[in-house]
Design a protein around this ligand. Structure first.
Ligand code: ASP
Length: 480
């Protein structure tokens, strides 16, 4: 019998599909129960109707006043003393074992361990590889040029993404006539102010920055450290060789984590879909489909077109090589957690030299979120339409500006798009509670938009590298 060996990407893809099917199946067998708030009426005392005889003088309001004396017959109607209480009730679960043993047991544990494996690599990887990248730079001015180009392209693609979303939403009108119902509730976390965002880029304590995984601060510190190393002569050279070795070791670690990825992806996806199912979609069908459509257009049209026009490189090869990264992003819903895989792919399979990739990829994971911007564009128009608020052209420009800037100060972790959306809604005076309307489908969209976010990071990395003569086309076009 011929044995066919699956490649790692195929195995990960298989993990994704099996996870999806398992999750949906479990969701059918045993949908997750939500605690429901119920009003219960409690009867404290009940009295049957009765007829009693009593002296007329004892009757309140004086039956005697009516000229009645002696004994009277009094009819007491049935009466109840009751009170209403609100209680939280968790309905009985038919197959509760599905949750205790699988979704909240095995899948949760495997998924979280896999996520931890990725996250634990992020800080050392970004720091070490960026230090190597900067220290090896022969020309310091080049750093400034690469920086400006990278940030410029990131802002540009984000602005295109959100404009696309706004236009699509204005044409399709997904929120027109939407039944607001009671909409659930959403408490917005406070969004950082722009001034604070700028100040926060600069680290005061590098260890603190690393402990908190503050990507921008780590980037700034790594660049300064690398620069100092390149200026420090012999000592810098010696240190660089240690950092180079460290880099090789950490990259090896990325490989190890990738080996367990098929199981990790399976567990994460199965758990998410067991909890989510597709039940939340129908009432938000128009919104969900529109965000999805714009995300797909941006990933499959805008990026490939941009890549082709600016570099002449074949977009299909790019998309094929990005598949693995996209699956990671989809299953973790976090650009940050996907960072090790993005970096590895960009450098080892797309041929971007480390001096560029080590800078553009971590920066992209933090400041470039095109998929998230798309969700915000559609969501803003959706909420405005649902609440029947007319936005002006200036409002739309504000949305573009705020959404683009908001992406800079927020890290690529699950659900952060909602915080950014709160900023955007505030800016144009829409009710932040509107977010509650779209909450039900946000987790599913988060997964897809994260895949778009990382595709954007890699696209810009290739464009910048090519423009700097730092892209190895042979690797890019190669089979691996
Ligand atoms: N989860 C997204 C990311 O990590 C951000 C978001 O849209 O919530 O890129």
């Amino acid at each position: 019998m011929p044995t066919t060996k699956l490649s790692l990407t195929q195995k990960i893809l298989l993990g994704l599909f099996l996870g999806l099917i398992t999750g949906l199946l479990l969701n059918r067998i045993s949908p997750p129960v939500e605690t429901v708030r119920e009003e219960v009426r409690e009867v404290l005392m009940e009295a049957a109707p009765a007829t009693i005889r009593m002296p007329a003088a004892d009757v309140r309001n004086g039956a005697e006043g009516l000229g009645v004396t002696g004994e009277v017959e009094v009819h007491i109607p049935a009466s109840t003393v009751a009170q209403t209480r609100t209680i939280d009730r968790t309905p009985e679960q038919r197959h509760a074992w599905v949750h205790t043993i699988l979704t909240d047991g095995l899948f949760h544990v495997v998924g979280q361990i896999f996520l931890a494996g990725l996250m634990v690599l992020v800080v050392p990887l970004v720091f070490v590889s960026l230090v190597c990248g900067t220290a090896a730079l022969d020309d310091i001015r080049r750093l400034g040029r690469v920086g400006i180009k990278t940030v410029g392209f990131y802002l540009f693609t984000t602005a295109v993404a959100i404009s696309l979303a706004l236009v699509a939403a204005l044409i399709v009108r997904p929120g027109a006539g939407f039944d607001l119902g009671d909409g659930g509730s959403f408490t917005a976390r406070e969004a950082p102010s722009l001034v604070q965002v700028i100040i926060d880029i600069f680290p005061r304590n590098p260890i603190n920055a690393m402990a908190q995984g503050n990507m921008l601060q780590i980037i700034v510190f790594a660049i300064l450290f690398g620069l100092a190393m390149s200026l420090a002569g012999e000592a810098g050279k010696r240190l660089l060789s240690i950092f180079e070795d460290l880099n090789v070791v950490i990259m090896r670690l990325v490989w190890l984590i990738m080996e367990i990825a098929p199981y990790g992806v399976f567990a994460l996806i199965a758990r998410t879909f067991a909890a989510q199912g597709f039940d939340a979609i129908p009432p938000l069908f128009a919104y969900f489909l529109l965000v999805l459509a714009v995300l797909v257009v941006h990933a499959l049209l805008t990026y490939p077109l941009l890549l082709k026009l600016t570099t002449g490189l074949p977009p299909l090869t790019f998309l094929r090589k990005m598949r693995e990264v996209q699956i990671f992003a989809f299953s973790t819903a976090s650009s940050n957690a996907t960072l090790p895989v993005t970096l590895r792919t960009v450098e080892e399979r797309l041929g971007v030299k480390r001096s560029v990739g080590s800078f553009t990829v971590p920066l992209g994971a933090t400041i470039n979120m095109d998929g998230t911007a798309i969700m915000q564009g559609v969501a803003t128009v959706f909420i405005a339409q649902a609440f029947v608020v007319d936005l002006t052209l200036v409002d739309y420009l504000m949305v573009i500006l705020t959404a683009t800037l908001a992406s800079i100060g927020t890290a690529g972790v699950p659900g952060v798009g909602l915080i950014m959306l709160a900023m955007v809604l505030n800016q144009v005076g829409l009710p932040v509670e509107g977010i509650a309307l779209i909450l039900g489908v946000d987790r599913l969209l988060d997964m897809v938009r994260t895949a778009v976010n990382v595709t954007g990071d890699a696209t810009v990395s290739c464009i910048v590298a090519k423009s700097e003569g730092d892209l190895d086309e042979e690797v890019f076009r190669g089979k691996i």
